[in-house]
Design a protein around this ligand. Structure first.
Ligand SMILES: Nc1nc2c(ncn2[C@@H]2O[C@H](COP(=O)(O)OP(=O)(O)OP(=O)(O)O)[C@@H](O)[C@H]2O)c(=O)[nH]1
Ligand SMILES: [Mg+2]
Length: 259
């Protein structure tokens, strides 16, 4: 069994409600809270640390939903999952398919797994290790304390590294092959997603500003219809009248625009 000083790992897998574990597993492997486990991972992220004498890079990815097909996974999540292999050049040594042990694995999950693995090239199968996780949910969310409390975690991480190194040897030291052109295309796609999102946000903000200005203008023109009534009912009635006028005016404006 060869020992390599540099280990590049991509965490993949799905989630089903609270049954999920990728980011937590990444934290346990690197021995530090480097991945956020308080909410779902939306973006593939690489983190690196020296662990047990190796320089370990772990890439965390968004999880898919186990009970659904790949079609149901958002395009952005699919791109993020595909992009993971480009965050640890020249390519990962191993994919860890993270599955909480409390899962019974129905057929439908297998279909979902098969479809999501197709986000990578066929080489993925030669580089995948299934990692069953079963650990006590961490109340204090501090991995260093957790590892101190459960020292066997260190032994398990070391055992995992040995398994990965065995896999590397079996693959003749070749990492999963990464297509750099695909990496460039994915970066461009992600960039255009970000640009479109900010364009949509600006459009909504502008629409909102315009509407606010219209409402303020109309409130000014319609003020005075409840001027003589100072009672609570009077002001409510006045408010209702004002709202009705605003909606009537907006409707009129819309109809005029249609014509
Ligand atoms: N019971 C149990 N809880 C776990 C296990 N692994 C993680 N958790 C808890 O489940 C929650 C979510 O875990 P994450 O590691 O963020 O899940 P994830 O796979 O990264 O999820 P996504 O980013 O949404 O794909 C955390 O509060 C963990 O403490 C496990 O093996 N068993
Ligand atoms: Mg996560």
């Amino acid at each position: 069994v060869g020992s390599c000083l540099d280990l590049r790992i991509v965490l993949i897998g799905g989630r089903r409600g609270s049954k999920r574990s990728k980011s937590s597993t990444g934290n346990l492997i690197l021995g530090q809270n480097v991945f956020d486990t308080s909410s779902r991972t939306a973006q593939s992220t690489a983190r690196q640390r020296e662990v047990h004498g190796r320089l370990v890079t772990v890439v965390d990815t968004p999880g898919w939903l186990w009970e659904y097909s790949r079609e149901e996974t958002s395009e952005l999540d699919q791109i993020e999952i595909q992009n993971s292999v480009h965050l640890c050049p020249p390519g990962p040594h191993a994919f860890l398919l993270v599955i909480p042990v409390e899962f019974n694995f129905p057929r439908i999950f297998k279909l979902s797994l098969k479809e999501h693995l197709e986000l990578f090239n066929a080489d993925v199968l030669k580089h995948t290790i299934v990692l069953f996780t079963a650990f006590t949910p961490i109340r204090e969310e501090n991995i260093q304390h957790y590892i101190k409390k459960y020292p066997t975690v260190q032994t398990q991480v070391l055992e995992l590294f040995r398994k990965i190194e065995e896999l590397v040897t079996n693959n003749l030291n070749n990492p999963y092959s990464v297509d750099e052109t695909q990496g460039i295309i994915l970066t461009q796609k992600l960039q255009s997603f970000v640009e479109n999102a900010s364009r949509r946000r600006n459009k909504v903000l502008k629409k909102r500003q315009k509407l606010r200005a219209q409402i303020e203008g109309m409130l000014q023109t319609s003020s005075g219809c409840n001027g003589s009534q100072n009672s609570w009912f009077g002001s409510c009635h006045g408010f209702r009248v004002t709202v009705r006028i605003i909606f009537r005016n907006l409707k009129k404006k819309k109809n005029q625009q249609k014509l």
